[in-house]
Write a protein that binds this ligand. Structure first.
Ligand code: SAH
Length: 221
């Protein structure tokens, strides 16, 4: 067998293994698992780490950032309880992997990134995958996306130092926001579920390690 014909089989096997591992850890929503299965993570990882694309671990990407661990991507996506008609705001596009997973489960995904380089690379990946329901913005995610608010769901994929009040104001009254909250290297993954009357029920899902949400846009050379 030539190397060329062998590669897809190995890729499929590794992907199937990853999906099984996520399921055994508690990511059981079939739609979420199907979206992960359909999203080629190797398109989102840098050349140096391509071979590790199917490991259940976070990996370095450009600009000193990381592509999230698949289990965490699955857990956060599941916690959002997405509906096909949902308009979703994501803060921290990074590689665009989480965005792509969300795009298959919702109507529109608005995603904000403070590194122009990362945003452009992610846009090229969405084009390559013919994902047409993602709208990108270069900007400071601390501010959310006021023009397009309110959102059905909001996902923050960098650690917010405290309760993200500005983002909670951009959520529909019965919406759901999921974010890592904390100032240190380990944060609490929190789920805010709107009660329809301006209040929230807050659940802590687990401990996570995310890069921090930083204010302003990044200055790049
Ligand atoms: N979900 C991404 C993980 C990205 S890591 C993936 O799967 O690849 C977190 C990202 O949040 C980084 O790209 C970082 O630049 C971005 N970020 C941090 N603070 C931000 C802010 N205030 N506004 C927008 N993006 C921010």
């Amino acid at each position: 067998m030539t190397r060329r014909s062998k590669e897809p089989v190995e890729r499929d096997t590794q992907l199937a293994r990853l999906v099984l591992a996520l399921r055994s850890q508690g990511v059981t929503d079939p739609a979420v698992l199907a979206s992960i299965e359909k999203t080629p993570r190797d398109l989102f990882t840098p050349d140096l780490f391509k071979e590790r694309s199917w490991e259940d671990s976070a990996l370095p990407i450009a600009c000193g950032q990381t592509i999230s661990q698949p289990f965490i991507v699955g857990l956060m996506t599941q916690a959002l309880t997405l509906e096909p008609r949902a308009r979703v705001l994501e803060i921290g596009t990074g590689s665009g992997y989480q965005t792509a997973v969300l795009s298959r489960l919702s109507r529109l995904v608005y995603t904000v990134e403070r590194y122009r380089t990362l945003m452009r690379a992610a846009e090229a990946r969405f084009d390559a995958l013919q994902i047409t329901n993602v709208i990108t913005k270069f900007g400071d995610g601390f501010l959310g996306w006021a023009d397009q608010a309110p959102f059905d769901r909001i996902l923050v994929t960098a650690a917010a130092p405290e309760e993200p009040t500005v983002l909670l104001q951009q959520l529909k009254p019965s919406g759901v926001l999921v974010a890592p909250i904390g100032k240190g290297p380990v944060q609490q993954l929190c789920r805010y579920a709107g009660n329809g009357e301006g209040g929230f029920k807050v659940d802590v899902l687990c401990e996570v390690r995310f890069v921090p949400l930083l204010e302003g846009v990044a200055k790049e050379l």
